[in-house]
Design a protein around this ligand. Structure first.
Ligand code: CTP
Length: 430
């Protein structure tokens, strides 16, 4: 999901994406994904299993992808010079299988190549995003559980488990495919960082978004933070295998970006403080991206003030919000690493140096808020990353997901090895 007017090169532009669609009702959502990928300049080719063709129109997919769809019968065309599944597997820079049905999962995990999609998956060497979708009882059946578990150890594969929700079979529970907007983000993440799950076995606590400090029930002191940077950091860590707690103020981001995260919604700085302190002991690392309001009312009023009373009330009765980042730093356990953020106008670096010393965190990402394409609500960001040993690294302007991955690289490098080892990236199987 990109903002209009964003002039940075899109990581998905020109990327060749093979879209494998198998037989689950979630297949009806795929035209939306294919259309979004085409708008971003990706080249897509769709492969449908026979049951998928009963659920979603190959004609619609061909039109949206600007290329003919590949169906089971195409595997056996006498006009093809090379086996189609090999040609497709070699063509792709990325593969997404969505929805991944119970049967397609079983074929893949057990090495069966008896359909065009199944044999293409066996031949694929590009990173694969796999988004499961099925009925809740099917998802919890022992065979599917075992196959899904086994898929976790396939290197080069990013498995996205189903989400809870109301399913088309009227069942309420796990089984809903990850939303297309999250698949789009996960594909971008695969492009930027590959399928390595180097944060597996680690727990990350992220704060994001603004806080609101109320004067009365109708007015509050807040800021223009949308939460985009913090949410993308949280989701990037989740895609890299971390267990992520996201404590967030009111957000203005794609709702699908929150899937798979443990959410803790708050409104005021006091609520944020309470949730962060409760979650801190379990965290291996903390990323404090929230834009915390600097002042609050000593006593917010329970009833709405008139205009004149409001003008008077604005002049007194404020107190400073305690520095939560400093508090987290002061009471952290040994080995816990903390990333802070800093928003500045003017010359960022000298102000960032002073803030880094004052806050005492391990890393500080400082970004300008007075440059186009950086700061609040922007799709891109840039700035300075300050770290141990007086390290000061400039980060050029790039999409916020790319910034998120760079910050996770730097934060991860300060942590002891995860207790659950991540699979090696290049090999096909462990
Ligand atoms: N922060 C915090 N508690 C506050 C204010 C800020 O934990 N009461 C955290 C932010 O989440 C961020 C970092 O401190 O990680 C820097 O926030 P920023 O708004 O840039 O700086 P302030 O500390 O508010 O200082 P100033 O506004 O004077 O630049």
């Amino acid at each position: 999901m990109r903002n209009e007017g964003d002039s940075r090169p899109d990581p998905l532009a020109g990327c060749r994406i093979l879209v494998g669609i198998s037989g689950s009702i979630a297949a009806v959502k795929l035209p939306g994904l294919v259309s979004a990928l085409a708008k971003r300049g990706a080249e897509t080719r769709c492969v449908l299993t026979p049951s998928a063709t009963r659920l979603v129109s190959p004609v619609a997919l061909a039109s949206l992808s600007r290329r003919s769809c590949l169906l089971e019968a195409d595997q056996w065309s006498h006009q093809a010079a090379r086996p189609l599944h090999i040609e497709l597997a070699e063509w792709a820079d990325l593969v997404v299988v969505a929805p991944l049905s119970a049967s397609s999962l079983a074929r893949w995990v057990h090495g069966l190549g008896d359909t065009l999609l199944a044999s293409t998956l066996l031949a694929a060497e590009a990173p694969v995003l796999a988004a499961a979708a099925m009925n809740t009882a099917m998802w919890s059946s022992p065979g599917v559980r075992r196959n899904w578990h086994d898929l976790q150890s396939f290197a080069g594969v990013l498995p996205l488990g189903p989400e809870p929700g109301l399913l088309a079979c009227d069942r309420q529970g796990d089984g809903r495919m990850a939303e297309p907007a999250l698949l789009e983000l996960a594909l971008e993440s695969l492009r930027l960082h590959g399928a390595s799950r180097d944060w597996r076995g680690r727990r990350l606590l992220v704060s994001a978004g603004p806080t609101r400090e109320f004067l009365d029930p109708a007015r509050c002191l807040t800021n223009p933070s949308t939460g985009r940077m913090g949410v993308l950091l949280a989701q990037a860590a989740r895609l890299r295998g971390a267990q992520v707690d996201l404590v967030h103020g009111p957000l203005s981001v794609e709702a699908a970006w929150l899937e798979g995260l443990q959410l803790h919604p708050v409104v005021t700085a006091a609520e944020l403080q309470q949730r962060l302190l409760a979650l801190q002991p379990e965290a291996d690392a903390i990323a404090m991206a929230a834009a915390v309001a600097d002042h609050r009312r000593a006593a917010p009023l329970p009833t709405k003030l008139g205009k004149e009373e409001l003008a008077l009330s604005l002049q007194a009765g404020w107190q400073e919000v305690p520095d939560l980042l400093q508090q987290l730093v002061s009471q952290r356990r040994s080995g816990q690493r903390i990333l802070g953020f800093a928003a500045h106008s003017g010359d960022v670096l000298p102000q960032a140096r002073a803030k880094f010393r004052r806050k005492g965190c391990d890393l500080l990402f400082a970004n300008p808020i007075d440059q186009p394409g950086a700061g609040f609500a922007a799709a891109t960001n840039q700035g300075w990353l300050l770290g141990p040993g007086a390290e000061e690294r400039p980060l050029a302007s790039m999409g916020k997901l790319a910034v998120a991955h760079q910050l996770l690289d730097a934060l991860g490098a300060l942590l002891p090895p995860a207790s659950e080892p991540a699979p090696p990236a290049p090999a096909r199987l462990l």
